[in-house]
Design a protein around this ligand. Structure first.
Ligand code: AHR
Length: 507
């Protein structure tokens, strides 16, 4: 048993939370779109072919902004293929995932789906095989209100009003050798700067995201960010971070230190962005769009991408990246959400990669059910309860020794404060010991001038940390109330089993 103490002082504010921190990501990849969100003929499909059971689950998940259409896919994508009469749309080879893209779903259909799930669109432009002109064409098609050839085409395709997309990514992972059109930092920085300037001439209100590294382990990490920002500092608002985590060599304890890795990644990119600001004698602060994060069992550790179905030819919607998440994955995942909230001052946008079937919290079977993976629970609860501003919760707990990070705290926590109450999110990273956590609420009670009470509690834990939800056992893992959460003498006492994530709502 580990004794741990923490202090929840509502004045210990990190920042107001930008709701875009609870964003998602939908890529034309595997069965994400086709046989995922879109399956005409499925008993739950609506008149447009969208699965209403999936729509309900995405709504419950609570995703704010959704990045689309890729990912690696976007670096070979011709957006024009996805607009106009569906029966006339071309089938194309998708080099990123060795698949055939039918283009039955494009910009209009995706926006229609977003309207149903209640999320906002974040678009990525292709800076792999294409450049500034094609980005401008898409922007004009999507956002312009003047009468032009592109907006006339948009109206013909059923939409007179602009889509009004505010947030745009200038390509995807251009530092990755696997990326179609991969470039060095200098070449990409120049292209991104030119493209951003032109896009702003068309629509000054845009928020633009330049590509950072596709992982902090990339050999160019750091120098990539510096060089790219030297070119684009005045032109962009965000730099992206991407990071995926997995248990390696059966070392669950090391895997549970993933939040530390994410924190260091964010803090390093912030330091580089602010160093570039200093050299430019600028007060501007570049924000982080952590627009790909998740657990992903990337079987190929050589810096490539796994699971491409080369041996299957060029299939339509093959089963790719369909990771099955267990309890341990979800506990790490919950800690990653805590880490994002702990950096809400600079992480103003984040996208869980991805949403349906592809490294996803939601799974579907063609003609069959849709169900929640273990990672669904920490996301939906954090998104629902994590409102207002994020607040530091310093924890005094035991440590474990991580090979990569040295001494790592076994307990990590953050709180959010809004007009109706306070939410506490906490993880026990120990693989062996229960944590008895006492959270001092005296500063909170003083601030409110009244006692607080517990409105809801949630615990994600299982005696079998490798338990998962599957097609045949879809409700094997869920959350349950955190037994024994008690309030006494202005303190909240929680008992957190080893490898667990919990949330408590106080009102
Ligand atoms: O999310 C899966 C892939 O991971 C994305 O296409 C790419 O951007 C990243 O490498």
């Amino acid at each position: 048993m580990n004794d741990a103490t923490a202090r929840l002082d509502p004045h210990n504010t990190i920042a107001d939370i930008d709701r875009r921190i609870f964003g998602g990501f939908v890529e034309h990849l595997g069965r994400h779109i086709y046989d995922g969100i879109f399956e005409p003929g499925h008993p739950a499909a609506d008149a447009d072919g969208f699965r209403t059971d999936v729509i309900d689950l995405v709504k419950q998940l609570g995703v704010s902004t959704i990045r689309y259409p890729g990912g690696n896919f976007v670096s070979g994508y011709r957006w024009e293929d996805g607009v106009g009469p569906i029966e006339q749309r071309p089938r194309r080879l998708d080099l990123a995932w060795h698949s055939t893209e039918t283009n039955e779903v494009g910009l209009h259909e995706f926006q229609d789906w977003l309207d149903r799930v209640g999320s906002d669109l974040m678009l990525a432009v292709n800076l792999g095989t294409r450049g500034t002109q094609e980005a401008l064409d898409l922007l004009e098609y999507a956002n312009a209100s003047a009468e032009t050839a592109w907006t006339a085409q948009r109206a013909e395709n059923g939409r007179t009003e602009p889509f009004g997309v505010r947030m745009w990514c200038l390509g995807n992972e251009m530092d990755g050798p696997w990326q179609v059109g991969h470039r060095n930092a200098d070449d990409y920085g120049k292209l991104a700067s030119r493209t951003a300037k032109a896009m702003r001439m068309l629509d000054p209100g845009l928020e633009l995201v330049v590509c950072g590294s596709s992982g902090s382990g990339m050999p160019t990490f750091g120098s990539w960010e510096r060089q790219v920002l030297e070119h684009t500092f005045d032109d962009v608002d965000f730099i992206s971070c991407h990071s995926y985590y997995q248990e390696r060599n059966g070392d669950a304890q090391e895997f549970l230190a993933s939040g530390v890795d994410m924190a260091r990644f964010i803090e390093s990119v912030v330091a580089i962005a602010d160093a570039v600001a200093a050299t430019k004698k600028s007060d501007k602060r570049i924000m982080i769009s952590f627009d790909e994060w998740n657990v992903w069992y990337l079987h190929n550790d050589e810096g490539g991408q796994n699971d491409k179905p080369e041996e299957q030819g060029w299939p339509v919607a093959p089963r790719l990246l369909e990771d099955q998440y267990h309890v341990l994955d979800a506990v790490v995942f919950g800690d990653l959400l805590i880490t994002l909230l702990q950096h809400a001052d600079r992480v103003r946008s984040a996208s869980l990669a991805q949403l349906v079937n592809v490294i996803a919290p939601i799974m579907t079977e063609p003609g069959g059910p849709a169900w929640k993976q273990t990672t669904f629970f920490p996301f939906s609860i954090t998104s629902r309860l994590g409102h207002g501003r994020s607040v530091r919760v310093p924890v005094d707990a035991g440590t474990f020794t991580s090979e990569r990070f040295g001494e790592v705290a076994t307990v990590n926590a953050v709180a959010t404060v809004d007009d109706e109450g306070v939410s506490l999110f906490v993880v026990n990273r120990s693989t062996t010991d229960t944590a008895d956590l006492r959270v001092d609420l005296a500063p909170l009670v003083r601030e409110l001038g009244r006692d607080v009470s517990i409105a809801e509690t949630h615990l994600l834990h299982d005696a079998d940390r490798y338990a998962a939800n599957t097609l045949t056992d879809r409700d094997r893992v869920g959350v349950r109330p955190l037994d024994g959460a008690v309030l006494t003498d202005d303190a909240l006492s929680l008992t957190l089993p080893a490898v667990s994530w919990a949330a408590v709502r106080l009102v």
